[in-house]
Design a binder for this molecule. Structure first.
Ligand SMILES: [Zn+2]
Ligand SMILES: [Zn+2]
Ligand SMILES: [Zn+2]
Length: 254
């Protein structure tokens, strides 16, 4: 069976890309990335196999992209941080999954062209950094259970958490919605009306009697807390590194 990298190389012609095989687990891809404004950007991407069925990519020389930029999801070794959930679980084991990988690469590079122009990572699609990504994903799942209003609020970064003694408060647009005990992770007031707004015979349902919503609310608050902690740890790990200067709101020192 071909390796993950060989599958990626095999479908390269579909992207008008040339694939130069370095070895069974390493390939150089050359292609022109077409941008929406009509410009094309020539790219040389080095792809290396990671583990059995995954692949990492980096620009061969830092020509179009900075060498390192956590804000732009470029790791300190220049590899692209493709933490989108599609790719974090993507095993490249046939042409179809190889196309999916290319799709992510394309999305990443197209996004980079937008970032270069705007000097910021587009907020709406921002993907949490490093280990924070899994908590973002969990927060999204919980918000989805609670309803569209929460999905949107999460996306627009209007949900936040604050620790107050033994509880964690969840705020939406700075208004307190509910609290969760930090030790048991249970919602403090289960008699409060449910967040989803659904009604039963006696008016709006209570949180504890509204399907899985009490635990969804707890998961959401905890995920937001862990996301924040991981995000801080991520930036802290780069505290001695210099900013590449291509983003206006980079938390790294100039
Ligand atoms: Zn940077
Ligand atoms: Zn990242
Ligand atoms: Zn509910």
């Amino acid at each position: 069976m071909p390796t993950a990298v060989e599958f990626i190389a095999a479908v390269a012609p579909a992207y008008n890309a040339a694939a130069e095989h370095v070895s069974a687990v390493s390939v150089i891809l050359r292609f022109n990335l077409a941008l929406s404004d009509g410009r094309t950007v020539p790219y040389e991407i080095e792809v290396k196999q990671v583990g059995d069925r995954k692949a990492m990519a980096k620009e061969r020389q830092p020509i179009n992209l900075p060498e390192f930029c956590p804000q732009r999801h470029i790791n300190s070794d220049g590899s692209f941080c493709l933490y989108w959930r599609e790719v974090s679980n993507l095993d490249i084991s046939d042409e179809e999954t190889a196309h999916a990988w290319w799709g992510i690469l394309w999305k990443f590079l197209t996004l980079q062209a937008r970032v270069k122009k705007a000097r910021r990572w587009p907020n709406q699609n921002e993907w949490a950094h490093g280990a924070a990504a899994v908590h973002q994903y969990r927060a999204e799942l919980a918000a989805h259970e609670l309803g569209g209003e929460y999905v949107i609020a999460l996306k627009e970064r209007r949900l936040s958490v604050v620790k107050k003694k033994r509880v964690l408060q969840l705020l939406k647009d700075k208004n307190h919605l509910y609290s969760v005990w930090l030790d048991s992770k249970k919602v403090v007031n289960l008699k409060q009306r449910c967040l989803c707004g659904s009604t039963g015979k006696k008016g709006r349902k209570r949180l504890r009697r509204c399907g899985s919503h009490a635990s969804d609310a707890s998961h959401l608050a905890m995920a937001l807390l862990l996301w924040e902690i991981e995000e801080k740890a991520f930036w802290h790990s780069f505290r001695d590194r210099q900013c590449c200067g291509t983003c206006d709101n980079c938390p790294l020192q100039p």
